[in-house]
Design a protein around this ligand. Structure first.
Ligand SMILES: C[S@@+](CC[C@H](N)C(=O)[O-])C[C@H]1O[C@@H](n2cnc3c(N)ncnc32)[C@H](O)[C@@H]1O
Length: 207
């Protein structure tokens, strides 16, 4: 438990530091990511939680009638997102860890996250919390980059992973489908978006 807490603090610090340059550094990637993000946001319905909202890169993709609660465990990211979107009436931002929130059971119709579970310290804990706060029959949709299963590439990303954690705070070798199954979700669809690395996971929350 102490190890996980320390890990969370280290990753939070990295993202606090990264928040200053995040929009600039990620902008070339957005060319590739934006069409998948639109696909992710298409699943939004009624009361939405966006976990790991970062600087709010997805916010303008939501239709105005969606009620959005946006959380991130990096204070730096939340501050920046709040500054960018202070005029939006349908969104609230909170500095909260998805592994342990104080939302009531069944608070949300849909929970969305893009490129977040590569850095959540305890993947299964984060997903279990999502199951609790998402309504029965609601959807949890994750856009993620995952470990490539080809022998050579898989080994290569395993070797490079510690460097990515140190520099950016995220993993490049997470076995996302297995982690979702380990959190005891049974209704999981996955859509391969690119090279069996970038995937959209569509989970129906059955309690
Ligand atoms: C790679 S960024 C993605 C940001 C945004 N979703 C996007 O697509 O631009 C990952 C974000 O997840 C946040 N994050 C990681 N672990 C988290 C956790 N346990 N709870 C809440 N936010 C978390 C980080 O602080 C960071 O802002």
């Amino acid at each position: 438990m102490t190890l996980k807490l320390n890990q969370s603090k280290t990753i939070q610090k990295r993202y606090n530091r990264y928040s200053k340059y995040y929009d600039f550094l990620e902008s070339p990637m957005e060319l590739l990511f934006s069409k998948w993000k639109k696909e992710l946001i298409n699943y939004a319905s009624c009361n939405v939680l966006e976990a790991g909202v970062g600087t709010g890169k997805n916010i303008n993709l939501y239709p105005p009638y969606i009620n959005i609660t946006a959380i991130d465990f990096s204070e730096g990211m939340v501050k920046k997102a709040k500054r960018k979107f202070y005029t939006k009436k349908n969104i609230t931002f909170h500095n909260i860890d998805i592994q342990q929130t104080e939302f009531e059971d069944n608070s949300f119709d849909t929970i969305l996250a893009s490129y977040v579970f590569c850095s959540v310290p305890d993947f299964v804990l984060g997903l279990r919390e999502m199951r609790r706060i998402c309504k029965d029959g609601g959807k949890i949709i994750l856009l993620e980059h995952t470990r490539n299963d080809k022998v050579f590439l898989g080994k290569l990303v395993d070797l490079l992973n510690p460097l990515f954690i140190k520099l950016f705070g995220y993993n490049i070798n997470r076995r996302t489908y297995e982690n979702i199954s380990n959190a005891r979700f049974r209704n999981i669809d996955q859509k391969i978006l690119w090279l069996a690395i970038f995937k959209l996971f569509i989970i129906t929350n059955h309690k």
